[in-house]
Design a protein around this ligand. Structure first.
Ligand code: PGA
Length: 247
């Protein structure tokens, strides 16, 4: 069985006084060595967090695809790595929507991060219109077709996060059958793209994961962990999700 990964996405939350909460999450996570745990923080908080919780996986939430240059406000893979980050999210729907990031751009970001040795959580997911229109699976597979790197190289890990946009921060989640169907389809796409290595890649579910639904979600085939937004901000909410992944 694949070791589960539970990653928190703090989005635009967190200042220096929240480092105590990061420490509580890191220390609490040690009780669950059978689960990989990570927190993806605002980039300005990464270095401070890395110093506060050595050995715990801290990541970014986005990365620019270019090595360096005239890209005001952006962060390169090397900068993330230099600040002590071990991973980064790419292609979150909040960036695909608000920053109009294309599949091509997401793929370039993933390649830049993997190339420097950062693990990558690459997000995909459909809108409510698409879900209701009955084309969720083909839409997500098309998104992955464009967003996945052409090959896996080097030692860094690529994980996929399936995050239906309509489930993010809404308290709604797809049915167990819908999650199972989507994760199986994503597994198929990963095998098609990467061969046998595609069987090993972790596929996370994201969107309104909380203590009360985590265990049920983690029992679904091909669900290898979770990407958690709101419920990752407090150790009291997040650690029960980590515990559920260890069951
Ligand atoms: P949520 O966010 O857990 O608050 O729904 C998940 C995400 O956007 O990664």
């Amino acid at each position: 069985m694949v070791k589960k990964l539970v990653a928190g996405n703090w989005k635009m939350h967190g200042v220096s006084s929240d480092v105590a909460e990061i420490r509580a999450i890191a220390e609490g996570s040690r009780q669950y060595p059978s689960v990989d745990v990570a927190l993806c923080l605002p980039s300005i908080l990464i270095h401070r967090a890395v110093e506060a919780v050595p050995g715990f996986a801290i990541g970014g939430q986005d990365v620019h695809h270019a090595e360096k240059g005239a890209h005001t406000g952006c962060t390169s893979a090397q900068m993330l790595e230099d600040s002590g980050a071990r991973l980064t999210i790419v292609g979150h729907s909040e960036r695909r929507d608000a920053q109009r990031e294309s599949d091509d751009e997401v793929r370039a970001k993933a390649e830049a991060a993997l190339g420097i040795g950062l693990d990558v959580i690459l997000c995909c997911g459909e809108s409510l219109d698409v879900r209701e229109g009955g084309t969720a699976v083909e839409t997500v597979l098309t998104q992955l077709e464009g967003s996945l790197p052409p090959a896996l190289a080097g030692g860094a890990e690529l994980a996929i996060a399936y995050e239906p946009i309509w489930a993010i921060g809404t308290g709604k989640i797809p049915s167990i059958a819908e999650i199972a169907e989507m994760h199986a389809a994503i597994r198929g796409k990963l095998q098609e793209r990467f061969g046998a290595a595609g069987i090993q890649l972790r596929i996370l579910y994201g969107g309104s994961v909380k203590a009360s639904n985590a265990a049920e979600i983690f029992r679904i085939e091909n669900v290898d962990g979770a990407l958690v937004g709101g419920a990752s901000l407090k150790a009291a909410d997040f650690l029960p999700i980590v515990a559920a992944a260890g069951l």
